[in-house]
Design a binder for this molecule. Structure first.
Ligand code: NAP
Length: 251
């Protein structure tokens, strides 16, 4: 078994996932940077330095997920932290403006093929990686899962007529995060008796490719809550949904 604790971050070749990987490496983890394009993952791992290892992982490709799980088992023999970070908001080459996106993804007009692709990554991909990695998490004492969600997926917040994020609740991306939240609760319930913690975090509106770099927060701010929750000990909570400065977010 590998000496250092091991974390796997999906979608870690750029953005918030990259920052999470970098910070966990500095905390003494061996961090596996999941990347659907291995070369981009290797470039990112080199940038972080020792302790960062690229691993090919396309969360929508079952063979890739299975192979990645086999590699984690054989090469490292443990998985202390799984961070489910990979996500997309669109399949378009060029990110539309937020206004254009919201207009195009109202439930009445949301393009079903694009919505399926987004949910395949953000929802089914998350479940696929969960199922593949769970046996290794189960064999690692005090392991935990952090699902990188979004406050935009909070059904409670968007149901408040006075909420500023109500108008951002689109059928494609925001609804996929609501579905991810539902999966987080289901996973937390499933693993409660085994002591494996499953929590969702919201990074906040972070400047990344996902939003065409329209976000206002830095990568450090966006990664902060995922890193904090990843480092909570065995006494930490399960089934929570939190943001670094806003605290608990209602489901
Ligand atoms: P990003 O910069 O676009 O990064 C997304 C990452 O996911 C990339 O590494 C991307 O890989 C990867 N990815 C996409 N599809 C994948 C697949 N099928 N298999 C494996 N990896 C895949 O976006 P980000 O803002 O850092 O997003 C990280 C997380 O934060 C997401 O879960 C997002 O929903 C959440 N979030 C972000 C914000 C925000 O304001 N940015 C707000 C709330 C929540 P490629 O480089 O190959 O595309």
């Amino acid at each position: 078994m590998h000496d250092n604790p091991v974390a796997l971050v999906t979608g870690a070749n750029q953005g918030i996932g990259f920052q999470i990987a970098k910070e966990l490496t500095h905390k003494g983890f061996t961090v596996l940077l999941g990347s659907r394009n291995l070369e981009r993952g290797e470039t990112a791992a080199r940038e972080i330095g020792p302790g960062a290892v690229a691993i090919q992982l396309d969360v929508t490709d079952q063979a890739s997920v299975t192979t990645a799980a086999e590699r984690v088992r054989q090469e490292f023999g443990r998985l202390d932290v799984l961070i489910q970070n990979a996500a997309i908001s669109t399949t378009a080459d060029q990110m539309p403006t937020p206004e254009e996106y919201l207009r195009a993804h109202r439930p009445s007009v949301a393009p079903l093929a694009e919505m399926r692709a987004v949910w395949d990554t953000n929802v089914f991909g998350v479940l696929s990686v969960y199922q593949a990695m769970l046996p290794i998490l189960r064999d690692t004492p005090n392991s935990r899962i952090v699902n990188v969600s979004s406050g935009a997926g909070s059904l409670t917040l968007v149901s408040d007529p006075n909420s500023p994020i109500r108008s951002f609740f689109d059928a494609t991306y925001a609804a996929s995060k609501a579905a991810m939240n539902a999966l987080t609760v289901a996973m937390a319930i499933e693993l409660e008796a085994e002591g494996i913690k499953v929590n969702a975090v919201s990074p906040g509106y972070t400047k990344t490719k996902l939003n065409g770099f329209d976000g206002t927060d830095t990568l450090e701010e966006g990664a902060a809550e995922a890193v904090r929750v990843a480092l909570l000990g065995s006494e930490g909570p399960t089934g929570t949904f939190t943001h670094a400065t806003m605290g608990t977010i209602p489901w």
